[in-house]
Write a new protein. Structure first.
Length: 257
């Protein structure tokens, strides 16, 4: 191989390498995402709030998904972020989540993504992180309002024939009927809501603690002179609970068919 031909091959190889684009800036693609946080109490680890946008938080990008932090951006007020003008290739998007039990107090949350050729915008799945805070810890202690838990249930009515036969006419969700809640060790109602069209009900913004739910059921016995009796159930909301299902409250409703 003569010198001229060798130099030509070398120049072609260098030109090919120069044209090959490595992951990084200088392209046309945008990667978008959103940072969503769960806030935990630093004292006991219970959930204070969930599915909350995390604003003004740094999110990092690693070109080539090497793990190196090549660039970063801060999230917008709604938790969104974007990295613009990227070349095709592999990338890692990195955020940091706080933790109560890990040695450093933080751990990486990594999403890997590859940009193919001719892609204008790629959207990441939601990036979920944890934040540890002391704010709001004291207001979540003890049954009552001021927490983040939702207590749900369903009021079921058994319709009974009011004649001598006492046949069951139907079993349905009882609509537009008051359901009551008692906080802690109380003996009288603390709050009430009306059941929806299908009999479902919910009490919102409850703290961890013990609760009693009850509704009034019709009765026709000698030991029920008022014609109404209380049907109740006891529920405990743990410190880490955000949604609690109380199940069904079943009441009797006498009817003349």
């Amino acid at each position: 191989m003569n010198t001229t031909k060798y130099l030509a091959i070398v120049l072609i190889a260098f030109a090919f390498m120069a044209c090959k684009k490595e992951p990084g800036t200088g392209g046309k693609t945008t990667i978008t995402g959103k940072l969503i946080g769960t806030y935990l109490c630093e004292d006991d680890g219970r959930t204070l709030a969930a599915d909350i946008a995390v604003p003004d938080e740094r999110v990092y990008i690693s070109y080539g998904a090497t793990g190196a932090l090549d660039d970063d951006i801060r999230t917008a007020p709604d938790g969104s972020f974007k990295f613009e003008y990227l070349q095709p290739g592999k990338y890692s998007i990195i955020a940091y989540s706080e933790c109560l039990t890990c040695p450093t107090g933080k751990e990486e949350v990594i999403q890997e993504i590859e940009i193919p050729k001719k892609e204008d915008e790629l959207e990441l799945e939601t990036t979920n992180v944890v934040r540890i805070t002391g704010r709001g810890c004291n207001v979540g202690v003890g049954a009552g309002k001021g927490g983040v838990a939702i207590l749900k249930g369903k009021l079921i009515a058994i319709y009974i024939d009011d004649n001598e036969i006492r046949d069951t006419l139907g079993i349905v969700g009882q609509p537009d009927t008051r359901v009551y809640i008692i906080y802690g060790d109380g003996t009288t109602q603390s709050d009430d809501v009306r059941s929806s069209a299908d009999g479902s009900f919910e009490f919102k913004e409850l703290k961890a603690g013990n609760y009693t739910l009850y509704a009034m059921s019709e009765c026709k016995t000698l030991n029920c002179p008022s014609g109404l009796t209380q049907v109740s159930t006891s529920i405990t909301i743990a410190a880490t609970d955000t949604n609690v299902d109380a199940g069904e409250l079943i009441v009797i409703d006498f009817r003349n068919p």
